[in-house]
Design a protein around this ligand. Structure first.
Ligand code: SF4
Length: 71
C-alpha cells in the first residue's frame, strides 16, 4: 500500500497533481490540493503504482508518498 500525505499550506495551485492523478487529487474552491476520497490530509491507497510520480512532479513538495506495510 501507499500512504499519500498532502500539505495544503505548501500548495501553489499549479494543477499538476490532479491532471496526472485525477482519481487521487482534487482541489478546493481556491485551487488548493485536496484528496479525492477523504477530507483528511492523508490516506492509504492500493495504487496506482506510479503514484510516487506525483511527489516528484509537485514543485513545492506539498505531496509525500511513502510505502506502507500493515502489521
Ligand atoms: S502539484 Fe503540488 S503545488 Fe501543484 S496543485 Fe498539486 S499539491 Fe499543489
Amino acid at each position: 500500500m501507499l500512504k499519500i500525505q498532502i500539505i495544503p499550506e505548501q500548495c501553489i495551485a499549479c494543477g499538476i497533481c490532479a491532471a496526472l492523478f485525477p482519481n487521487n487529487f482534487d482541489y478546493t474552491d481556491d485551487g488548493i490540493v485536496r484528496l479525492v476520497q477523504t477530507s483528511a490530509n492523508e490516506l492509504l491507497v492500493e495504487g496506482p503504482p506510479n503514484l510516487p510520480e506525483s511527489q516528484k512532479k509537485c514543485p513545492t513538495h506539498a505531496i509525500r508518498i511513502s510505502s506502507y506495510k500493515s502489521q
